[in-house]
Design a protein around this ligand. Sequence first.
Ligand code: PMP
Length: 441
Amino acid sequence: MSHVFPRHTKATLPTATGGDGCYLIDSDGKRYLDCGDAAVSCLGHSDQAVIAAVQEQVAKIAFAHSGFMTSEPAEQLADLLIQHAPGDLDRVYFVSGGSEATESAIKLARQYYLEIGQPERRHVIARKQSYHGNTLGALSAGGNEWRRAQFAPLLVEMSHIAPCYEYTGRADDESSFDYGQRVANELETEILRVGPEAVMAFMSEPVVGATLGAVTAVEGYYKRIREICDQYGVLLILDEVMCGMGRTGHLFACDHDGIAPDILCIAKGLGAGYQPIGAMLCTDKIYSAIETGSGFFQHGHTYLGHPVATAAALAVVQELIGRDLPARAQTMGEKLQSALEAAFGQHAHVGDIRGRGLFRGIEIVEDRDSKKPFDPALGIAGKLKKAAFEEGLICYPMAGTRDGRHGDHVLLAPPFIIEETQIDELVVKLASAMVKVLPAP
Ligand code: PMP
C-alpha cells in the first residue's frame, strides 16, 4: 500500500521513473507525451543545462536562509528577469510556487497602501471563472465557484467582475473591440460601487489558463484596464503563473497586450519543473514605499530565494532567452493551432479552438450553434483526461460550471521543444480519446 496522499484518493497512479524530452516514462516503460502537466514543463524532462545547474548548485550550497544571506543564483536570476521584464518592474521576490506568488502580491498591495498612508484601501477585485491558487488569500481572489465552495466560510471578501471571454460573452451585433471595452468598464463600475478609496488592487490572468482554457483578452481590453487602474490609483496585479515565461510567444504574456502591471506573478515555467519556484515582481514605486517606510515586508516563507531553486530557474531563463524559445513557442503554437483546426475544426462537439503560442484550448460543447455545454453530470472533462492518459497523452481537461456559464475544455501546453511529428502524435491521441468519450453527433 502506498503512503503517499494523492489528490484523488481512489485513483491508483502509475509511478513516473524517467523523462525523455517531451515524454514522461512510467515504471512499466510506457511513454506519455507531456502536453500540459499544468503548463510546467516548458523545456521537457531532460534539459542537460538545467540538470547540470541544479547539480552544481546543490554541491556548492543547498540552503541559506534569506533572512541572513542572499545567493549568487538568486541575484543573477533577479537581474536577468528585471532586464527583460515589462514596464517599471524592478524588484523580484522569490517564492516556491504560484499560490505563494499571488498570496504575496495581495499582501504586498495591502502593505504598500499602509506605507503610503491609505489604510482604508483593502479591497481586491478579480474576475469570475478565474484561478489564482489554493491558499486562502489566493482562493479568495479566484472566481471558480467549485474550488471556492467548501472553503467559502474561510475566504476573505473580494469581488469578481466578468472575464474577457469573447466566445460566450460578445453579443452578435458587437465588435470584439467594443466587447472588450464593455467588460473592462465593469472594473470601473465595480470600483465606483465599492468606493475608489477602498480598492487596492485588481488581479487577473492575461491569458486565462486552467479555468477557461487558453482564453486571450481581445485587443484593447488590457489597455482600458490599465487606464482604469491608473485613474483610481488601483494596483494592477497580473497573474502569469501559467501563461508567463515564454508560453504565449513572449517572455511575459502581457507584452502582447502592450501594458505593464504594478505587480507580476510567475511560477510554473520559471522552474520548468526542475525545482519548485515562483516569483513576484514589483515596481520601484512599491518597493521604495516599503524601503522608506517600515523597511520590512511583513511576509515570508522559509524557502524564499532557495539557492538550488533559483539556480535551476536561472538556467531555465538562460535557456529560454539563449535559444529564443518564446519565438519557437509562437511558431510551433501556430502549427498546433492549424493541426487542431484541421482535425477538429468541423467536429460537432468542438465549439472553439483558441489560444496563443503553445497555450491552446479546445472548448467542448453539446451543440456548436447554440454553444450549449454538455451537462456537467456527464463528467466529460474527467473522462477525456483519463482516455487521453490511456492513449499516452497528458493534457489538461477541465470541467465546466454547473450553471453552464462555461463548458468543458481541454488545455494544451506542450514543451517549447515539441517537434512537428509530436504535434501530429498529440492530435492523433487526442482524437482517439475524443472518439471514446464524446457522443456520436
Ligand atoms: N495562478 C494561476 C494562473 C495558476 O494556473 C495556478 C496553478 N494552476 C496558480 C496560480 C497556483 O499555482 P501553484 O499551484 O503553484 O500554487
